[in-house]
Design a protein around this ligand. Structure first.
Ligand SMILES: C[S@@+](CC[C@H](N)C(=O)[O-])C[C@H]1O[C@@H](n2cnc3c(N)ncnc32)[C@H](O)[C@@H]1O
Length: 299
């Protein structure tokens, strides 16, 4: 869990997706997906957002419930005891949610049948989606309750981009650029020519342009370091290297938890007497975004 602790410590974003300019950090189509789901909820439903992170989905649903005058009892849980100071200050809905942070999904202490609705946005798959976990999640659902999870998909545009991100970062580490920038800045300090050299080096690395946006971002970080006061060079280079290493670990984990329709079907087959399920591809801007797993518990 160290990786997620570091992630939430280093960002004040409300969602791990972190789309700038969006209130909850999600693409508009994903907000609409969840609002359409919420329209099917009943007054007084008890709802749990699993692996909620800094709470983007719970906040979105709490705001939606208020706007549509539909009282919901919303709970949210995550394995990391995330600092919620910024959320409490910026999102009025914060206080309408019961938070249970620092608790692994595998050890939730809610009574059986506590919730009518379970939701998760790129969350539940980070715990091992195995029989004990599915038994306990389905057990949390009240009869006739439902669960909606958007899960990372191995064939999504997000997974394809993650593969490019890992390759881009590996190229940067292998290019020797860290050493070069370190040596130049701590000796001669000829910043203008170094900035041009770095720019050229990145242009060469980005020849097959699929990973270009990743490389552009990393190049911009190097250029900021070149511009910064000399006494900060070492600390900033060190921070960038750590940040890139952590990004590779996060992307690798995201790829490893991604599912396929077949894999989810195999997991759910044994539960066909207890739940009805559907698995659909979620498409955003014409590209696959993830898989929507819907479970409906039989009455
Ligand atoms: C990709 S983030 C998604 C967070 C949030 N749902 C969102 O939309 O921003 C995955 C989250 O899963 C949490 N997580 C990972 N393993 C977990 C586990 N075993 N139990 C509970 N939460 C877990 C992480 O701490 C992280 O906040």
């Amino acid at each position: 869990m160290k990786q997620w602790e570091d992630f939430w410590h280093q960002t004040s974003m409300v969602s791990s997706f972190g789309l700038s300019g969006q209130q909850y950090g999600y693409p508009k189509a994903i907000e609409e997906f969840w609002c359409a789901k919420a329209a099917t909820y009943d007054d007084g439903d008890t709802l749990l957002d699993l692996a909620c992170g800094r709470g983007a989905l719970a906040l979105l649903l709490a705001d939606n419930a208020q706007q549509s005058h539909k009282p919901l009892d919303i709970h949210a849980t995550d394995a990391v005891a995330i600092d919620m100071t910024s959320v409490a200050a910026e999102y009025e809905a914060y206080k309408r949610i019961t938070w249970n942070l620092g608790c692994d999904i595998a050890n939730l202490a809610y009574a059986q049948g506590s919730f009518n609705r379970l939701v998760s946005q790129f969350g539940v798959e980070y715990a091992t989606l195995n029989k004990p976990l599915l038994d306990s999640l389905i057990g949390l659902l009240a009869p006739a309750g439902s669960a909606d999870f958007i899960i990372h998909s191995a064939s999504s545009a997000i997974s394809a981009d993650s593969i490019q991100g890992i390759k881009a970062i590996e190229r940067v580490f292998h290019s020797g650029i860290f050493l070069k920038v370190y040596q130049e800045l701590t000796s001669s300090g000829a910043r203008q020519s170094l900035a041009e050299e770095v720019q050229n080096l990145f242009n060469n690395l980005a020849k097959d342009s699929l990973m270009k946006s990743w490389l552009d971002d990393i190049c911009a970080s190097f250029l900021r370091i070149i511009d910064a006061p000399a006494e900060r060079t070492i600390v900033l280079l060190d921070r960038l290297a750590t940040n890139l290493e952590q990004t590779v670990t996060r992307l690798q984990q995201q790829l490893s938890v991604a599912h396929s329709v077949e894999k989810l079907e195999a997991l759910l087959q044994p539960y066909s007497g207890v739940v009805e399920y559907t698995i659909e591809r979620v498409v955003v801007d014409g590209s696959e975004f993830g898989l929507h797993l819907h479970l409906g518990k039989k009455p």
